[in-house]
Write a new protein. Structure first.
Length: 374
């Protein structure tokens, strides 16, 4: 009997350790990440000096969130001093207080007010309670603005400020934009810390479609960033307004979570068997809560490759330089739907920085595609 108890005890230890490992892997997938801060070495009205990193050398325009609660938009690289390990970038706009360190991001606009547009904020009636959303209207009062609305959907581990980058193209087209928040993003009502990769979040964004239709939208274009593509997948299959969706713009989209997670795990050296166990636990009605979820998330049912929804015209903008979401998945999806999906390959850029790398090119892709919608 002693041996039996030792064996049982060993099994309990192994199972517990395995569950902890799986929970840790799931946490890397669904929980918020930690902020990475970069020290500010020098700042003036027209430039900022930062240490050389892969981010700070990246071409284009980016947003710096200061620990002093301010925000700076930086533009081109002005000077690189490799011996000092520094890079100087042009300052385009600054709001609020400048602190001693910054968090580098793709957020070129801290809010709609910084864009100089006609905007307001509304509260959407979501299943988890009132959630804030921005409304941005064309300044010329174009008749089309009352008929076509763009719903800009942000991704995981960020907020609606991310999705403001696609509003300028919508304004150029004369569309009204709505930029919603959703549960788990820190602005909408809280429902735990874990993302459910769109499986629970999509009804909150559907409330934005409700609002658009109630205020005159006859056509809707969903503009989705990263995980926003998963939310869009669910909207196209489940929203009461799916027949009004005239088109979809996908930017650096998470079209297949298993491929995305396995790609990142391979980079981090996490064994495939551990990833498989984590995804299996997420999909299990019995284990999902043990790994931190409120309900099961089966990534296979959220896949645009395995279960594509009925597709309206799609513009897919992605970069081969994305190390977070595999470009190969976007390429495969576009090749499977050549009559419906237009693939626009941007200049080399990290995840969801396609517009940051070249805003003019990006907006031209959106407006030219939209013009073909009629």
């Amino acid at each position: 009997m002693t041996i039996v108890w030792w064996v049982l005890g060993g099994l309990v230890v192994v199972l517990t350790a395995s569950l902890l490992v799986v929970r840790a892997v799931v946490g890397r997938i669904v929980l918020p990440g930690t902020d990475r801060w970069t020290p500010v070495l020098e700042v003036s009205d027209d430039s900022v000096l930062l240490p050389i990193t892969d981010d700070t050398l990246h071409a284009g325009e980016y947003g710096l969130w200061h620990d002093g609660a301010g925000h700076t938009t930086v533009g081109p690289v002005l000077e690189v001093d490799e011996s000092a390990g520094t890079v100087r970038r042009a300052v385009l706009r600054t709001t609020g207080d400048v602190g001693s360190r910054v968090r580098w991001s793709g957020h070129v606009h801290p809010d709609p007010a910084a864009m100089g547009v006609d905007w307001s904020e509304v509260a959407l009636d979501t299943p988890v309670g009132p959630a804030p959303a921005w409304i941005v209207r064309p300044s010329d009062g174009a008749d089309r603005s009352s008929r076509t609305w763009a719903v800009h959907v942000h991704g995981i581990r960020t907020t609606r400020v991310t999705a403001l980058r696609t509003v300028p193209a919508a304004l150029e087209l004369g569309w009204t934009s709505i930029v919603p928040s959703f549960r788990g993003d820190g602005e909408a009502p809280r429902e735990g810390r874990a993302s459910h990769l769109g499986a629970r979040e999509w009804p909150d964004v559907d409330a934005a479609l409700d609002h658009a239709v109630a205020h005159g939208a006859e056509r809707i274009v969903v503009v989705a960033w990263s995980m926003g593509a998963t939310i869009t997948h669910e909207l196209l299959g489940r929203s009461a307004h799916r027949d009004r969706v005239a088109g979809v713009v996908l930017v650096a989209p998470a079209l297949d979570w298993e491929a995305t997670v396995r790609s990142q795990a391979a980079r981090a050296g996490v064994p495939g068997v551990v990833v498989g166990a984590a995804l299996g636990a997420m999909a299990s009605p019995l284990l999902c809560r043990a790994v931190g979820l409120r309900s099961r998330v089966d990534v296979r049912t959220l896949s645009w490759l395995r279960r594509p929804p009925a597709l309206p015209p799609v513009l897919l903008v992605h970069s081969t330089g994305d190390t977070t979401v595999p470009f190969a998945v976007s390429e495969e999806f576009a090749s499977r739907h050549p009559d419906t999906v237009t693939l626009a390959v941007s200049a080399p850029a990290e995840h969801a920085w396609e517009r940051n790398a070249d805003a003019v090119w990006f907006d031209e892709q959106v407006t030219a595609w939209a013009d073909r919608l009629g």
